[in-house]
Structures are given as structure tokens and as C-alpha cells.
Design a protein around this ligand. Structure first.
Ligand code: PGA
Length: 249
């Protein structure tokens, strides 16, 4: 049985004060929740405030991006090592917004995953097809390329340290959710591709989570699917009540 991970991707929202206010409202709403893992991904600047606010709980805190080198002349970048130093345990890699607006490539995603694992950070690696790609029947070839590239030279022994988020780009921030069946089918396909890279045993343990317009109203139907090992939530994670309702699916 794979334990689910419910993660909040706050994107470029929440100052340190807003992050603190979120956590103080959110904590009591999920008190006693032990079924799934929970993680918050604030903007870099709000990571320390979020970490302080969640102290004493099992809520993990991570970053939305990182650089693959430990340090160097890379203006504007932050390394896995630095994230680890302040107390982050996780990082999101290859989110479609980074691929779309910041030129993130498959090769970069793989470098970042290897860098994160080498420095002891757990990673959520995002993959997913565009609307036109799905319409043209290209979903599987896109997922094959993204998963294959991301997992190059990754060992099956590290499978508990990363998960893959299937985030169809047409479902992100659009209110259009993949049906539980569409998501589950994509997850089965992703697991099959992962098996080619990390072996079948490790792939069975790999968590494949879903992202794209997850809301309190659809969380139960999505999370009840055996193939869906959790959720990466954007818009609906900004409000503590709404994110708590998703965690308590
Ligand atoms: P959304 O974003 O929940 O707002 O669709 C998900 C994501 O981008 O991770």
C-alpha cells in the first residue's frame, strides 16, 4: 500500500505573514490526521516562516524549484543544499509553469532530480501533456519522453525519495479536472514507463500523484482511485479551509 501525499503548491502567492496566518488556521483543521503525508511549498522567501509555523507537526515544507549545483555563479538561483540547510525536506521539479515560462528542459529536470537526491531532498517531479498534445493523441509519447528523461540514471533504491506528479497542463488552473479514470490511466502508463528506468519492483512502490484543478468537491473521487497516490494542489491550496477539506478527503 502506497501512502498518499497531499501537497500545496502556493506558486507566487503568500508573504511570510500570510504563510504564518495560513498555518495557524490550517493546523487545527487537520489535527490528528495521520492517513496521508502533507506538505506545503511556499515561495522561497516564505519558507522560514512556514517552517517555524509548522514546528511540532508532521507537515513538511519544500521549495518550488532549485538549482542542480551545490553553489556557484548562478544569479538568482538556490541550491538543494541551501534548501536542506534551512529545514526544507522536499522540492518540486519541472512544474509545467517552469517548463512553459522559464525554459525548463527534460535534461534540467533530470539534473535537478539527481542533485536533490544527492543532497538528501525528496522531490516531486512534474510531467504532463498540453491540451493540443492530448487532442492529437500524443499524450503517451509526451509522458514517455518526460518520465524517461527525468529518471535517467536514477536508482530504484531511491524510489521512496521522489514521486511523479501527473499534471495535465490543460487541467492546471483551468477548473477542468481530469476525470478519475483519465488520471488513473495516465498514472498506470507513467508507472509502466518508470518501470523501464528503475525496475518493476521499485515502480510498484513509486508514488504517482495527480495535479490540476483538485478541489474539495473532486478530491474524494480522485483520491479513492488506487492508482492515484496523492495530489499536488495549486489554487485550492491557498485557502486553509479548502486545503484542509482536500487533506481530509
Ligand atoms: P491548480 O494547480 O490546482 O491551480 O490547477 C496545480 C499545480 O499547478 O500544481
Amino acid at each position: 500500500m502506497r501512502r498518499k501525499l497531499i501537497a500545496a503548491n502556493w506558486k507566487m502567492y503568500k508573504t511570510p505573514d500570510q504563510a504564518r496566518a495560513f498555518v495557524s488556521e490550517f493546523k487545527p483543521m487537520i489535527a490528528g490526521h495521520d492517513r496521508d503525508d502533507t506538505a506545503l511549498f511556499p515561495p522561497f522567501i516564505s519558507i522560514p516562516a512556514t517552517l517555524e509555523a509548522v514546528a511540532g507537526t508532521k507537515i513538511e515544507v519544500g521549495a518550488q524549484n532549485m538549482h542542480w549545483e551545490k553553489q556557484g555563479a548562478y544569479t538568482g538561483e538556490v541550491s538543494a543544499d541551501m534548501l536542506k540547510c534551512v529545514g526544507c525536506t522536499q522540492v518540486i521539479i519541472g512544474h509545467s509553469e517552469r517548463r512553459q515560462y522559464f525554459g525548463e528542459t527534460d535534461i534540467g529536470v533530470n539534473r535537478k532530480l539527481r542533485g536533490a537526491l544527492a543532497d538528501g531532498l525528496k522531490a516531486i517531479v512534474c510531467v504532463g501533456e498540453l491540451f493540443e498534445e492530448r487532442e492529437s493523441g500524443l499524450t503517451e509519447s509526451i509522458l514517455r519522453r518526460q518520465v524517461g528523461a527525468a529518471l535517467r540514471e536514477i536508482s530504484g533504491a531511491d524510489v521512496d525519495k521522489f514521486c511523479i506528479a501527473y499534471e495535465p497542463v490543460w487541467a492546471i488552473g483551468t477548473g477542468k479536472t481530469a476525470t478519475p479514470e483519465i488520471a488513473a490511466n495516465a498514472h498506470i502508463f507513467i508507472r509502466g514507463e518508470a518501470a523501464k528506468a528503475i525496475g518493476a519492483d521499485a515502480a510498484r512502490k513509486l508514488r504517482v500523484i495527480y495535479g490540476g484543478s483538485v478541489k474539495p468537491e473532486n478530491a474524494h473521487a480522485l483520491m479513492s482511485q488506487e492508482e492515484i497516490d496523492g495530489a499536488l494542489v495549486g489554487g485550492a491550496s491557498l485557502d486553509p479551509k479548502s486545503f484542509a477539506a482536500i487533506v481530509n478527503w
